[in-house]
Ligand binder design. Structure first.
Ligand SMILES: C[S@@+](CC[C@H](N)C(=O)[O-])C[C@H]1O[C@@H](n2cnc3c(N)ncnc32)[C@H](O)[C@@H]1O
Length: 471
């Protein structure tokens, strides 16, 4: 059966502005996806009953002066992700209802709450959330129940997640419910990953950061990834950012096994050296143009080694991951881990400091003029006339003085700013102690990766570090 939906078609450069306007005014039909049309324009599905004649006549001027748009019908529209998940969900519910009924048990509200609302898909495996299928009845229906779930969701294997362990390996507590093999294949952004879901974590929530790393220009650079895992950032550096060589450090043997395979799968093994074991013992120095510190809640214990890795004569860039807590009670909860890490960092700093004459350390302590504000993202030619905070993704809708709208990535939160400034200062000090000469650090950007409740922000600080006598 052929279906049709009404749509507004506009050139690609105006599509986001139209989407925002139609969404804000309840006109966008979110059951369907935006679709590219032959010739490069974009069709935005709309709810016809919400779109008056007046809208149509004034749409171009209201949304984006100078734009064009036409009203049309799109044949066989593609369901949006939300709608397809919904239809999977409906199918799952119907088939589980049937299974429970056949077992002679009456369906109840608790069973409805037990149904998974979201899940992760890795190739032919679904990983269910830890709060799905809690009731005892599901145990009695094994293995049929997992066959039903696999069938409804169109996969062959089912696993269920627990919490990621707070051990240094960040081991996920994932159990295989259907299937014998826990290795999965996953493709994102053109990169192939394989890993054992029960042994290694795959941070799908970091996708925006992986895309950002992919967009860097690291042509000819030597990069060190201090917390490589299965290669979440190592591979984007090699495959998309153009890094000449990556040193990847990882101490979890299961993650190392996956990293070896992933480098092979993507044919970049010859441009990467894996350093197995604790990165604190890394025998390298003075070689990196860039160091990635992808460990949360804090990568602080990696700062001294990162400073040691940076090229002494020209410095480079650090990408420092950190969880910033905006509420005092969260800070209290994070205290144990922080003390542990800070203890290790203080020891490292003290042993570095002990090597130096007192006059030098006094001088480096008092030089606090190196940091510059992070707020460097806005183009100097534009002034903000009107802006709207858009939450995660760190975006702001900005109306510029030339009358156009655009979305800017922009830093706003003062807590992130003060954290970044203190990091910039501490790293400047570490570099000065280590190299016995003056350095400057410059906050290039603060990226908001994601937020956790109750208000913890995972951010990445891009910190430029240069010796003052740079040549
Ligand atoms: C959060 S995972 C990182 C994965 C990846 N960077 C990401 O964000 O998706 C951190 C990784 O660092 C490794 N790791 C933690 N501390 C380490 C250390 N001192 N030396 C080497 N690897 C370490 C863990 O085993 C884990 O695989």
């Amino acid at each position: 059966m052929q279906t049709e939906v009404s749509a507004i078609v506009t050139p690609a450069q105006f599509a986001q502005q139209y989407r925002q306007y139609l969404e804000t005014n309840g006109i966008l039909d979110s059951a369907y996806r935006l679709q590219k049309q032959p010739g490069g324009s974009v069709a935005l599905p709309v709810l016809c009953n919400k779109l008056s004649q007046l809208h149509l006549l004034s749409l171009c001027d209201t949304v984006a002066p100078g734009s064009t748009c036409i009203f049309t019908q799109v044949k066989n529209p593609i369901l949006s992700k939300k709608s397809s998940v919904k239809s999977c969900h409906q199918r799952l519910q119907e088939e589980l209802h049937e299974l429970v009924k056949l077992s002679g048990v009456l369906w109840n509200d608790q069973l409805s709450c037990d149904l998974p609302q979201v899940w992760k898909r890795h190739g032919d495996m679904i990983v269910l959330n830890e709060n799905a299928f809690q009731a005892d009845i599901w145990k009695t229906l094994e293995p049929e129940v997992w066959l039903v779930v696999a069938n409804a969701l169109g996969v062959k294997r089912i696993a269920k997640a627990g919490r990621v362990s707070a051990d240094g390996f960040r081991t996920p507590k994932v159990t295989l419910l259907l299937g014998n093999d826990a290795w999965v294949h996953h493709i994102d952004n053109g990169i192939r990953y394989t890993f054992d879901v029960t042994k290694c974590m795959f941070s799908s929530g970091n996708i925006t950061e992986k895309l950002r790393v992919s967009s860097f220009d690291c042509t000819g650079e030597v990069v060190v990834d201090l917390y490589a895992g299965i290669g979440y950032f190592t591979l984007p550096f090699l495959m998309h950012a153009g890094a000449a060589f990556v040193h990847a450090c990882e101490w979890n043997p299961h993650a190392v096994a996956a990293l070896v395979k992933n480098l092979e799968l993507n044919k970049v093994s010859h441009r990467c050296k894996i350093h197995k074991g604790d990165n604190q013992q890394l025998p390298l120095r003075n070689l990196a143009d860039r160091v990635n510190l992808g460990l949360i809640p804090s990568s602080e214990e990696g700062w001294p080694i990162a400073c040691q890795l940076l090229r002494e004569n020209r410095g480079g860039i650090f990408h420092i991951h950190h969880n910033i807590s905006l509420y005092a009670e969260n800070r209290g909860a994070a205290v144990d881990r922080k003390n542990l890490v800070e203890g290790r960092c203080k020891e490292q700093e003290q042993s570095l400091t002990a090597m130096l004459p007192a006059s030098w350390t006094e001088r480096t302590k008092s030089s606090s003029d190196s940091t510059t504000p992070a707020f460097t993202c806005l183009c100097a030619k534009e002034s903000i006339l009107n802006s709207r905070w858009k939450g995660p993704g760190n975006r702001l809708k900005v109306e510029t003085n030339c009358g156009t709208y655009c979305e800017k990535r922009i830093f706003i939160h003062p807590e992130w700013q003060s954290w970044a400034e203190s990091v910039a200062l501490r790293i400047k000090n570490l570099l000065e102690i280590l190299h016995q000469k003056q350095w400057r650090t410059n906050i290039l950007h603060i990226e908001h990766v994601k937020s956790y409740a109750p208000h913890i922000d995972h951010v990445v600080l891009d910190l430029e570090c240069r010796p003052c006598d740079e040549n």
